[in-house]
Design a protein around this ligand. Structure first.
Ligand SMILES: [Zn+2]
Length: 252
């Protein structure tokens, strides 16, 4: 049984940890707390090097990491100043192990730690030999990546078509606003105002894994569904019904 859930803020993102905690409190039987950014508060001399070693350097190469001094220094700087982070994908399991070793106090499974992250994380796909960006890497701690919400699930085909059409005519990428206006808004973009609401399902799926042993839900309408495409994220997180029947009984 999960008795306590601690959410950690990601202050450089629009994700509102306090609002997610308030939502979660009405649905799970655990005490839900909120703390400051985990990457900022639990850092030590070794963490920058562990993050450098977790960097995905080639999307089709299982081995990760670049621990050259300049990269480690960069990781040091962005731990202190997350505004500067970006453009890097990290091995989510390696980040999870690094943070597990640094969790404050209780590390047992009755206390779930749930950091919202300002980094993009991925997992290795053994079936296709590629890294895949992920919104969430569940476990202890359960990592929920805010930029992953925008980048991991594929955007609709029409988005890529509009983008290449615009590039053909003007020679560069269209501004986000143009694409959003041309397409129906059924995908999430960076700093999307729906970010917090769209993260609800990933947060409750993290609790559910520890409670039930099942990761995510197969029902595409359910918030606990791990959609691989943006329209699927919109359907699961922002459209009715909020849960499938099984999960509505548990969390509705
Ligand atoms: Zn479900």
């Amino acid at each position: 049984m999960v008795e306590t859930v601690t959410l950690y803020r990601a202050p450089t993102t629009p994700a509102d940890a306090d609002a997610l905690a308030a939502w979660l409190r009405g649905r799970v039987d655990a005490e839900v707390r909120v703390r400051d950014r985990l990457l900022g508060t639990r850092s030590d001399d070794d963490l920058p090097e562990e993050l450098a070693a977790a960097r995905v350097t080639d999307p089709s190469e299982r081995a990760t990491g670049n621990t050259m001094l300049g990269i480690v220094r960069y990781e040091e700087r962005v731990l202190d100043d997350p505004e500067r982070a970006g453009g890097v994908v990290y091995d989510g399991r390696a980040v999870q192990r690094a943070l597990n070793a640094r969790l404050p106090g209780e590390q047992g499974l009755d206390h779930l730690h749930l950091p919202l992250l300002d980094r993009v994380i991925g997992t290795w796909g053994g079936h296709d030999g590629r890294w895949h960006k992920r919104v969430a890497v569940l476990g202890q701690p359960a990592l929920v990546s805010v930029p992953g919400l925008y980048e991991a699930p594929a955007k609709p085909e029409a988005y890529y078509e509009a983008k290449s059409k615009h590039a053909l005519m003007t020679g560069d990428a269209p501004p986000r606003e143009v694409l959003e206006a041309e397409l129906d808004g059924d995908f999430l973009v960076a700093d999307d105002p729906r970010t917090t609401e769209a993260l609800r399902g990933y947060v409750i799926a993290a609790v559910d894994l520890l409670e039930s042993g099942t990761a995510f839900c197969d029902d595409e309408r359910c918030r606990l569904h791990d959609a691989h495409r943006q329209p699927g994220v919109i359907r699961a997180q922002l459209r009715d019904p909020p849960f499938c029947e099984t999960h509505a009984e548990r969390y509705g």
